[in-house]
Design a protein around this ligand. Structure first.
Ligand SMILES: [Cu+2]
Length: 199
């Protein structure tokens, strides 16, 4: 379904020029992007059309083989038994396990690859500006649900964890994950998050 939406004629561009999300300069009620988070900027107001730059960040989309590989818990080289575990300490973005595989920090790309393939407004932290974000993330949730059907609802860590995501990679003092996240980003925008990681 997402591909059908994206493959409509001229459904990419700056701005998108066709389809239900086309930019119509003379129509104040047409689809507009009102907030954006470009690299190095946490959030700012704007008033423009939707941007999509297909294949700019990845030449391909994930396919069924990529998804199948993320569920293959056989021994190497056929699969990876760690994929039967949701996540592993120290819970970093590229830790072993299924979570980082589905996010796309390990393996073939999956979630991140879709953001990169669509590009434009799907790349930065303001990626929910593109309605296809919700199709994409519904599918990510579907895959996670499928994994939980197989391996149980084993979310880890079970308590708030120290986070190493603060500016400079320092371990913060003992605060909650949410507090670290907010304070870390308020003090100093994290280049890794703002400029590299798809959302
Ligand atoms: Cu995302």
């Amino acid at each position: 379904m997402a591909l059908d939406v994206l493959r409509s004629r001229n459904s990419m561009g700056d701005p998108v020029a066709d389809g239900p999300f086309a930019f119509k300069p003379g129509d104040p009620n047409g689809f507009r992007v009102r907030l954006e988070a470009p690299p190095g900027v946490s959030l700012r107001q704007t008033n423009r059309g939707l941007r999509r730059t297909f294949r700019s960040g990845s030449p391909t989309l994930p396919d069924a083989l990529d998804v199948g590989a993320a569920f293959n818990t056989q021994s190497a080289p056929l699969g990876d038994p760690d994929l039967a575990t949701y996540d592993f300490a120290p819970w970093l973005h590229d830790s072993r396990g299924f979570r980082s595989r589905l996010e796309g920090f390990t393996g073939t790309g999956l979630h991140n690859q879709v953001h990169r393939w669509i590009g434009g407004d799907m790349a930065p932290a303001s990626s929910p500006n593109d309605p296809v974000f919700f199709l994409h993330h519904a599918n990510v949730d579907r895959l996670w649900e499928s994994w939980m059907d197989r391996h149980g609802r084993n979310y880890v860590p079970t308590t708030w964890s120290l986070i190493q995501h603060t500016p400079g990679g320092r371990r913060g003092s003992r605060r909650t994950l949410r507090s670290e996240w907010q304070q870390g980003h308020r003090r100093n925008p994290c280049p890794q998050c703002d400029d590299r990681l798809p959302w």
